[in-house]
Design a binder for this molecule. Structure first.
Ligand code: FAD
Length: 407
């Protein structure tokens, strides 16, 4: 029986793990974070056609209402009136990272004598002998170092992939996009009727002058609402705010309540309350007066912060095809067009074709890299449209002309 070790147990790792399982591999997924940490950054994600195709192919039996469908992205003004409509090329199915993670993990571990999903295992090294690959990893609690051999190793370990660093000396490092995002989540029941009416069944965007704020209507968390007859929907919001990396403001935002400076994310529960207060009372009034977004911010209990970085990867196959990169480890688009999960699903679907002998690895790599370039281009266009209001040629047929500016 062939064996695969997948480094990273987020969405790309679970997608790849399911593909290997369906092809009869023994699968071991090694995830560095502990389960509680994995939940702490979860907010909203877009489920594109590739993810739906993956679920139909590999999962079949899943609750179809795990995502909410929205057709329109609407640019709104200070009072919430729609000034520009954008109809994305495909309808937006919106859900949470956690909902998709649970679906993929449950199906992976169902009837799974040959599958292991281990958390708290940090991969530190890889040895390649020509025949097989050995992955060296450490238990984050006990410090014990272990080794595991595999026929194939997949690096699904995200933007700062250690697998990529170990096998690809010339790899470019990630780039800071110039934006910090603040994110939060508010249950529907905490919102006023007016704000609920303004936000639901659409994706509203407000241009702030130094970025934008956007909100998504997503299904609630069944675990949180287990005692209720029906889980309560949530609204998640993301505020993109331009902050230069080499600035005192950046350093203060990315420093948590215990004084630790983070490079990428200040997790939920760790944001310094004084910094959040400053964002609400000093930056927000200059950025927007839209009452619906103000209400979302003010009713958010635990916001979290990410410095937006991207990585333009162009290589996915290493060591004679024994080591592959997938998901954000291969290429990380900025989140403006919410393409990362669709990209990972596309790569996983194509990996299924490689394992069943329909596609060779050279073509798999080429198609994955081309998809990443398309994702990057669409993301840049969406960012330009959301931030400046200019409509790049690639979006012209999806955007109705603005009636007036809201800046
Ligand atoms: C906890 C979590 C919550 C998220 N929530 C959202 C969200 O709400 N909205 C959104 O748009 N995107 C979210 N993302 C990002 C989203 O999953 C990705 O952009 C996209 O789905 C591609 O996923 P990925 O698996 O390639 O990368 P990532 O999701 O970044 O996952 C990489 C995984 O590799 C693990 N890892 C890294 N180094 C090692 C190592 N040395 N050993 C073992 N494991 C390692 C990380 O802990 C991580 O779980 C989240 C990611 C995580 C990890």
């Amino acid at each position: 029986m062939l064996s695969a070790v997948v480094v990273g147990g987020s969405l790309a790792g679970l997608l790849a793990g399911n593909v290997f399982k369906s092809q009869g591999y023994t699968v071991c997924i090694l995830e560095r974070s502990m389960p509680a940490t994995l939940q702490s950054e979860a907010a909203g994600i877009r489920v594109g056609s590739e993810v739906l195709r993956f679920l139909e192919t590999y999962v079949e039996d899943y609750a179809r209402d795990f995502a909410k469908r929205t057709e329109e992205v609407n640019v709104v003004d200070q009072r919430g009136n729609v000034v520009t409509k954008c109809y994305p090329p495909e309808a937006m199915n919106l859900t949470t990272w956690k909902a998709l993670y649970e679906i993929l993990k449950n199906v992976l571990l169902h009837n799974s004598d040959n599958v292991r999903y281990e958390t708290g295992k940090s991969v530190q090294g890889i040895e390649y002998t020509g025949d097989s690959v050995t992955v060296i990893y450490q238990d984050v609690e006990s410090g014990i170092v272990e080794r595991i051999d595999a026929d194939l190793v997949v690096g699904a370990d995200g933007l700062n992939s250690i697998v990529r660093r170990l096998v690809y000396e010339e790899h470019d490092t990630s780039k800071y996009s110039g934006y910090v995002t603040w994110r939060g989540r508010v249950p529907k029941t905490r919102l006023s009727r007016k704000t609920f009416d303004a936000l639901h069944w659409q994706v509203p965007v407000f241009r702030t002058g130094s970025g934008y704020i956007i909100s998504y209507h997503v299904p609630g968390d069944p675990a949180r609402d287990a005692f209720k007859s029906q889980p309560c929907d949530d609204f998640v919001w993301v505020w993109y705010d331009a902050v230069p990396e080499a600035s005192a403001e950046f350093a203060s935002i990315m420093t948590d309540d215990a004084g630790v400076l983070h490079r990428s994310t200040v997790p939920r529960g760790k944001v310094d309350p004084r910094i959040w207060h400053r964002q609400l009372t000093e930056k927000r009034p200059n950025a927007f007066q839209n009452p619906h977004f103000i209400e979302l911010l003010e009713k958010t209990e635990q916001p979290f912060i990410s410095a937006i970085r991207s990585y333009a990867g162009s290589k996915a196959v290493f060591c004679d095809g024994k080591i592959l990169l997938i998901g954000n480890a291969l290429a990380t688009p900025k989140p403006n067009a919410a393409m990362a999960t669709g990209q990972a699903a596309y790569q996983a679907l194509k990996l299924g074709r490689v394992l069943s002998g329909d596609l060779d690895l050279d073509h798999w790599e080429k198609e994955c890299v081309e998809y990443a370039m398309r994702a990057r281009s669409l993301t840049d266009s969406m960012e330009e449209f959301y931030v400046t209001g200019r409509v790049p040629d690639t979006l012209r047929s999806f955007v109705t002309p603005p009636r007036r500016s809201n800046i």
